[in-house]
Structure formats: C-alpha cells, structure tokens
Ligand binder design. Structure first.
Ligand code: FPP
Length: 245
C-alpha cells in the first residue's frame, strides 16, 4: 500500500463506493496525439489498467469492472483485434501472481468462450486460481454487450419457467440481477467513462439503473490515481435518492 494511503483513509477515499466500473476510452487518440501507432496506445492502456487495479485495491473498492473488449469491437481491423487479444494474453499471464498476492479475484463478464481457445484456457485457469481471493473482485468485460447479457439472462429465466420453477408473473428484479454476468457483485455505484464521450456504449445497462455517472476528458492512458480519487470524491458529493425524494 502507498504510504499516503493508510488504512485509516480507506473508507474516506472510496466515499462509500463499493463497485466502480470504467469505460476505458481514448487509447487511439492518445497515440495519435503523440504520433504513435494505435497499438502503443493500447499498450499504454494496459499499464493504466495495471495501475488502476492496484490503486482500486489499495483504496478499498470491493469490485472494479473494466470494459476491455465489447461484442462490437470485432468490427475493428483484424490487426487491431489481434493486438488487443495479444495484450490480454500477456496481461493475464504477467499479472496473475500479483492478483494472488493482493487478494484479487478475477471474474469475466461477457461471452469470453468465443475468444481463441488458448485465451479461454488462460482465463479459466486464472478464474480457478483466484476464486478464493476476497480483497477485491476485478471483473473484465470481454466480448461483452449489455443487450447480449440481458438476452442471455432472459433465456436463463425462460428456461426456468419452462421447467416449471418460476411463474412468469413472479419474475422479479432479483431473478434478472441473479441471471446477469455480474451476479454476486455489489450494486454498481459509479460508472466512469474517459476521453470525453458521453455514451454508455452497451455497457452495464441494467446495472447502471441507479449508478452515478462520471465523465472525464482525460484519455485512458493518462487516467491515474488522482483522477480515480477525483471521481470517487465526486461520487461522495452526490445525493443518491434511488427514485425517492
Ligand atoms: C478504447 O480506446 C479502448 C479499448 C478498445 C478497450 C480498452 C483496452 C485496453 C485498455 C487494453 C486491453 C485491456 C486489458 C484488460 C488487457 P479506443 O481505441 O477506442 O480509443 P479512441 O476512441 O481514441 O480511438
């Protein structure tokens, strides 16, 4: 833990946010501004992932969900998709020991089984190896789209109806939350998007129903500890009413 992040500060730094999600946007623009290839923007983006995962653990966030690869990202040029997959491979291999040392449990949301077989194997091993860690959950969204996630959840519930386990009129919010990929994570408190875009881009649409939203112009490769703390502070200043008054 950083010397400036002692245990007494932990509760203050999260401002009560248990689950934070981030749409990590702007790697390409970061690279372009520096006249570098996009691939180097993504590479720097992974360094930011590593840094923010560490800091999130230090400040006491219980769950961090990162949008790494959407179900729409397959439309990018093949070499960029392959760069992103290469970085993912490397990241899991190089950081798994650190996850274990820091009590990080890995979780994947999205249909990751459609990725290359070797990545699926790496992920399955990492999931099994970190399953008992309980300091923080790092949920990485891979081949993820919220509409796809909700459709799969509806299919799960429909199958339960078909088996006679639930009456259609008894289907409730808990059934749906429990059938989503995020089942078991705390409710989503804060959703951050970097790089100035003001969209949710098919990310956690159900889970964001009562989340606070935070948008920053900062490009993902430049997102750092002070930015995360600023977002949490802004969260702390919001008055959350959940539809009440
Ligand atoms: C957006 O930048 C970023 C992504 C496509 C996803 C984020 C991916 C990473 C940080 C690297 C892989 C992640 C892990 C967990 C290993 P963009 O290319 O859309 O940027 P632009 O809008 O400026 O072009």
């Amino acid at each position: 833990m950083d010397p400036d992040t002692d245990a007494a500060q932990v509760a203050n730094l999260t401002h009560g946010a248990r689950h934070v999600a981030i749409i990590m946007d702007g790697n390409g623009r970061w690279a372009k501004r520096k006249h570098l290839p996009r691939s180097l923007g993504h590479k720097k983006g992974v360094e930011t992932v590593r840094n923010i995962v560490r800091i999130a653990g230090e400040v006491g966030i219980e769950a961090l969900t990162l949008y790494a690869f959407s179900s729409e990202n397959w439309r990018r040029p093949a070499d960029e998709v392959s760069d992103l997959m290469g970085l993912l491979r490397q990241y899991i291999q190089s950081d798994i020991d650190e996850f274990d040392e820091n009590g990080v449990r890995l979780k994947i949301i999205g249909n990751y089984k459609a990725l290359d077989n070797d990545i699926v194997d790496l992920i399955d091993n990492a999931l099994a190896r970190t399953a008992g860690n309980d300091r923080m959950t790092l949920a990485i969204a891979l081949n993820y789209g919220a509409q796809d996630e909700m459709l799969r959840a509806v299919q799960t519930i429909a199958a339960a109806v078909k088996r006679g386990e639930v009456e259609p009129e008894h289907i409730n919010v808990s059934h749906m939350s429990g059938a989503l990929d995020t089942a078991g994570l705390p409710p989503l408190d804060l959703l951050i998007r970097t790089s100035g875009e003001l969209r949710l881009s098919n990310f956690l649409l159900w889970q964001a129903a009562y989340s606070e939203l935070y948008f920053t112009e900062t490009l993902w490769p430049d997102f750092d500890k002070s930015e995360l703390l600023r977002a949490l502070e802004s969260f702390g200043n919001r008055e959350r009413r959940f539809g009440g008054r």
